[in-house]
Design a protein around this ligand. Structure first.
Ligand code: M6R
Length: 610
């Protein structure tokens, strides 16, 4: 997945500065290579190389580039290694057409050959280059850029968005075919981009787009057309209320630490959303369903695992959970008219999740309920209804506050449903919901305050550890998996998250003297977890505990820092809090290892590819 930005401006002095400033906000989408194509007096100046925006800017002076229009691209490599020649933007056959894409062109191999056979000069191994050649090809035939963009979509198979221009034309064109794209209209400039944060530094007047739509940008307006028949569409800009400063670090050394620290506020904000009028619609959708699926990837799936436990415990409702790519082969034939797929995605653009959305729609069976953070995302627009995570922008690649918000949402829905279907005693439901609303924000803050220094110290003792386990039992199953995912993702370690009672069925053989195993528990499961701890201790392993302070657990910690204790709370809040020390541990561990936790290698925040 990558990020593209195109700008047309009246002021020809600052195109490079604008493109660098705006596309820096897309860094989370890709940081393998960066490029800018700026057009000045009919000539395209194209500079690109391997590295982040700031690195390539320093190397090639991107922000000093001049011109009145241009395109920037940040790449997360899929087709073609992260090299200079594969960096985007690309030229067409000569230096007249320039363009860049986000997404994947699935018929890359065949189409590249077809273009080469037709005499096109294809220079790279990157599929984005084919978008530029496709426009080049159809412009040859029609002499009309908009029509060339429209016809190019017949050749290019896959999910993508691209932006393209011609050296001798003042406009920039773009098309959305399955990957995100949003536009903006400022005073004397217009912008098209893969995501809202890069539009906001320029303007809050935003145009949201649907798949199968094309754009023409001039310095004063953005015109929208339908790909199907070329018809012009009316799409006036809307005022976005998203805070432009949300995507800034606000004094923290990394976005990840800032986002961890935002969780107490997120608890309040998401409970505010859940108390709103739409909640009746979401509860009814779930109640009316014949079968409930919960589909998500990565951290969102770990949150879904915890959600499954809450639905069982509080509402007596079974949930079939699956990771995005698993859904169709595992449950695809079990959908019926009344089934409901809860699709959980921070970005709302994860391809594996949109595939499920499309599968449900194509089969015309059942409904979809999105749980989504990015307002204006495909999932938000296309699901039958959606619950916003209310987190603001999550910039850091590792998910923290959005995972937290998802778990609050599931626990709340489960308690409400349990109250309504009688599975849960009314007063118990009310007490739990009250504790989510009134206690959780304070408890989350107390957890951050209490475990900050502990996790920092603990991380130092782990710097030479390359391999560890993180185990949970019952409610902490998904929490342990999430902790392990964080450590893998930003510490480049092997850290496996699994069910603690399963550990003895094989993995226990890895334990030798001082081998570290993290146990995550609630107070109601610690009696069982102590059995699993003993099995590790008996083999000389080092045990690190995450949970409330309990006498029965004390004997199993050798050092103060090996017990990451969360504050005393309603036991059903334990799993919501237990994740926080794991997030902080992974953060400090990563920083100690010299990794930038916001931008772990090989990854990207939003995965719009299969
Ligand atoms: O945007 P999504 O919630 O659909 O993203 C899913 C995963 O890619 C994401 O949670 C990923 O696992 C995180 N980077 C983990 O921290």
């Amino acid at each position: 997945m990558c990020g593209i930005t195109g700008i047309v401006t009246l002021d020809s002095d600052n195109i490079g500065e604008l493109l660098v400033k705006c596309s820096r906000k897309l860094t989370y989408r890709g940081y393998d290579s960066v490029g800018v194509a700026a057009v000045r007096e009919g000539k395209v100046d194209l500079r690109k190389d391997v590295g982040t925006v700031d690195e390539v800017d320093r190397l090639l002076g991107l922000s000093k580039m001049r011109g009145d229009r241009g395109i920037a691209q940040l790449r997360w490599a899929t087709y073609g290694a992260p090299t200079k020649v594969n960096a985007q933007p690309h030229f067409g056959c000569d230096e007249v057409f320039y363009g860049a894409h986000n997404g994947n062109i699935h018929n890359y191999v065949e189409y590249k050959q077809e273009l080469i056979d037709a005499g096109h000069k294809v220079r790279s191994e990157n599929d984005g280059e084919l978008c530029v050649h496709a426009v080049d090809k159809y412009y040859e035939q029609t002499g009309d850029m908009l029509e060339a963009v429209r016809l190019s979509t017949q050749d290019l198979k896959g999910a993508f968005a691209y932006t393209v221009g011609r050296a001798d034309q003042a406009e920039i064109y773009a098309v959305k075919m399955g990957s995100s794209l949003v536009a903006g209209v400022a005073d004397g400039a217009t912008i098209v981009s893969s995501d809202l944060p890069s539009v906001l530094p320029l303007t809050s007047n935003v145009i949201y787009l649907a798949d199968g739509e094309m754009l023409v940008l001039t310095h004063d307006k953005v015109r929208v057309y339908r790909v199907e028949d070329g018809k012009k569409l009316e799409r006036p800009p809307q005022r976005s209320t998203v805070d432009v400063h949300a995507a800034e670090k606000g004094g923290y050394p990394h976005f990840m630490l800032k986002e961890i620290n935002e969780q107490p506020q997120i608890a309040k904000d998401v409970m505010g959303v859940l108390a709103g009028a739409d909640n009746e619609e979401w509860l009814k959708m779930i109640e009316d369903s014949s079968r409930l699926y919960l589909v998500a990837c990565g951290s969102s799936h770990n949150a879904g695992i915890l959600g499954t436990y809450y639905f069982n415990r509080l509402a007596g409702m079974p949930v079939y959970h699956a990771i995005g790519g698993q859904f169709e082969p595992m449950y695809g034939n079990t959908l019926d008219d009344e089934s409901l797929c809860i699709l959980v995605s921070q970005s709302g653009e994860t391809k594996d999740i949109l595939n499920v959305l499309n599968h449900v729609r194509d089969a015309n069976l059942g409904k979809t309920l999105g749980v989504v953070n990015v307002i204006g995302s495909t999932l938000m627009f296309q699901a039958d209804s959606y619950i916003p995570m209310a987190c603001g922008y999550e910039v850091s690649v590792p998910a923290t506050k959005t995972y937290f918000s998802q778990t609050v949402i599931f626990s709340y829905l489960a308690a409400k449903l349990g109250e309504r279907n009688g599975h849960l005693d009314r007063s118990e439901a009310k007490t739990f919901i009250r504790s989510l609303k009134d206690d959780l924000p304070k408890l989350a803050q107390a957890t951050i305050d209490r475990t900050g220094i502990l996790t920092k110290n603990l991380a130092r003792t782990l710097v030479n550890v390359k391999d560890l386990y993180c185990l949970g039992y019952g409610f902490t199953d998904g929490v342990a998996r999430e902790g392990a995912l964080k450590i893998k993702e930003i510490c480049y370690n092997h850290c496996e998250g699994m069910y603690s009672s399963e550990f003895k069925h094989g993995p226990l053989s890895i334990v030798t003297r001082d081998y570290p195993v993290i146990f995550v528990t609630t107070t109601e499961d610690s009696w069982m977890v102590t059995n699993h701890i003993n099995e590790v201790r008996a083999r000389g392993g080092r045990t690190i505990i995450v949970g409330e302070r309990e006498d029965r657990l004390e004997p199993y910690v050798d050092a103060e820092g090996d017990y990451l204790s969360v504050p005393v709370s309603n036991v059903l809040l334990n799993p919501l809090l237990d994740v926080i020390p794991l997030q902080m541990l992974s953060y400090f561990f990563s920083v100690d290892l010299g990794v930038n936790p916001d931008l772990p290698r090989n990854l990207s925040k939003t995965l719009t590819v299969d």
